[in-house]
Write a protein that binds this ligand. Structure first.
Ligand code: E4P
Length: 220
C-alpha cells in the first residue's frame, strides 16, 4: 500500500518521514493556502523533507480544461514528476484525458461518488481520491463509496488506484484499507493517532514505574 500525508507542514513531514514508510505528500489549495507559502518554494521544501524520495501532489486552480493544462505544466515546471490533482468535473475529465495524452500523471479529486470516480479512472487518472469523511458528513457512506469504486476500478480500469482521502479518524482509514483500497492520505492529526494514544502512554509509564520500583532506575 501507499501511505501519504495530506499537509503543507514541512517540519511535520520531515519529522514523520523518519517514522512512517511514506510514499509522499498530497496537498490541496486549502492546505497550501493555510500555510501561506507559495507552491514555488513549498513544493521543493516538501521534496527535501521527504529526503528526495516519494511523490508530491498539487492541484490545479483553473476551471477550464485548457487552463488546467496550463496549471499542470506550471506545476511540472516546479517538480518535474509531480502528480497533478484535477477536480472531477466535466472540464476536469477533459483535462485528465489531455494530460494522459501528454504523459502527465493525474489524480482525480473532489470525488463524492463511485460513478464519478470511475469516470476519472476511465479518462486516464492514475489515482482517484474519494472524500471519505465529507461523504459521511453529507449522510452517505464514505467507506461504501470507496468499496464500490475499488471494485469498479478492479473490473474496468485496473491501471488506476483509489487514493482515499478526507479522514477524521484512523478507523475510517483502516476501513478503506480493509476493503482493498491501495493508498490513503492522512492529515497529520490522524497520522499521529495511528501510533499514539493515552492508553499507549499509560502502558509505557507503568513499565517505567515498575522498573524504577524494582531496580531504582529507569535504564536497562
Ligand atoms: C484530497 O484530495 C483532499 O484534498 C483532502 O483529503 C480533503 O480532506 P478534508 O475533507 O479533510 O478537507
Amino acid at each position: 500500500m501507499e501511505l501519504y500525508l495530506d499537509t503543507s507542514d514541512v517540519a511535520a513531514v520531515k519529522k514523520l518521514a523518519r517514522i512512517f514508510p511514506l510514499a509522499g505528500v498530497t496537498t490541496n489549495p486549502s492546505i497550501v493556502a493555510a500555510g501561506k507559502k507559495p507552491l514555488e518554494s513549498l513544493l521543493p521544501e516538501l521534496q527535501e523533507a521527504l529526503g528526495g524520495q516519494g511523490r508530491l501532489f498539487a492541484q490545479v486552480m483553473a476551471n477550464t480544461a485548457e487552463g488546467m493544462l496550463n496549471d499542470a505544466r506550471k506545476l511540472r515546471g516546479i517538480i518535474a514528476d509531480i502528480v497533478v490533482k484535477v477536480p472531477v468535473t466535466a472540464e476536469g475529465l477533459a483535462a485528465i484525458k489531455m494530460l494522459k495524452a501528454e504523459g502527465i500523471p493525474t489524480l482525480g479529486t473532489a470525488v463524492y461518488g463511485a460513478a464519478q470516480g470511475m469516470m476519472a479512472a476511465l479518462a486516464g487518472a492514475e489515482y482517484v481520491a474519494p472524500y471519505v469523511n465529507r461523504i459521511d458528513a453529507q449522510g452517505g457512506s464514505g467507506i461504501r463509496s470507496v468499496e464500490e469504486l475499488q471494485q469498479l476500478l478492479e473490473l474496468h480500469a485496473p491501471e488506476s488506484k483509489v487514493l482515499a482521502a478526507s479522514f477524521k479518524t484512523p478507523r475510517q482509514a483502516l476501513d478503506c484499507l480493509l476493503v482493498g483500497c491501495q493508498s490513503i492520505t492522512l492529515p497529520l492529526d490522524v497520522a499521529q493517532q495511528f501510533i499514539a494514544s493515552p492508553a499507549v502512554d499509560a502502558a509505557i509509564d507503568k513499565f517505567e514505574q515498575d522498573w524504577l520500583a524494582a531496580f531504582g532506575r529507569t535504564e536497562l
